[in-house]
Write a protein that binds this ligand. Sequence first.
Ligand SMILES: Nc1nc2c([nH]c(=O)n2[C@H]2C[C@H](O)[C@@H](COP(=O)(O)OP(=O)(O)OP(=O)(O)O)O2)c(=O)[nH]1
Ligand SMILES: [Mg+2]
Length: 136
Amino acid sequence: MTKLTKRVHVAVGVILNNNKQILLAKRHGHLHQGGKWEFPGGKVESDETVTQALIRELKEEVNITVNSSAPFMDISHNYPDKHVRLDIHLVTDFSGEAKGMEQQQIEWVSLQQLADYDFPEANKPILNRILAEFEI
Ligand SMILES: Nc1nc2c([nH]c(=O)n2[C@H]2C[C@H](O)[C@@H](COP(=O)(O)OP(=O)(O)OP(=O)(O)O)O2)c(=O)[nH]1
Ligand SMILES: [Mg+2]
């Protein structure tokens, strides 16, 4: 019997504030990659663009209103149980105070501290790129 692996297209925001901190959220334990820290975001629905999904998800998850965003990285990663395409966007122009709208833990983390957090495997290249791009 053939088993079709679940595939998801995810809009992901690397939200950078004026203090050079990045917003992280902790995934709830019962979710895929639960307990790990992530950049906020979620699945792109069939009727929306990646930008629309990014705006919707960041508002829903962390109360951030995106004013503009720029493509940062596009990563496809195969977990044993799920294939993800992470469409990562850099968000420096936003408003609103970050809040964990789904009772998840959130933190503004300095570039120096970023490497101390436990991220999903797919995030390794994102981390490297952030550290290279914003030099620390
Ligand atoms: N938002 C986000 N998702 C990530 C990151 N890294 C990473 O591997 N992912 C994966 C975890 C999930 O499989 C998927 C995100 O989709 P989601 O937030 O809508 O996932 P979910 O767990 O609610 O999924 P589901 O059960 O509803 O299918 O992408 C990241 O940095 N941010
Ligand atoms: Mg999500």
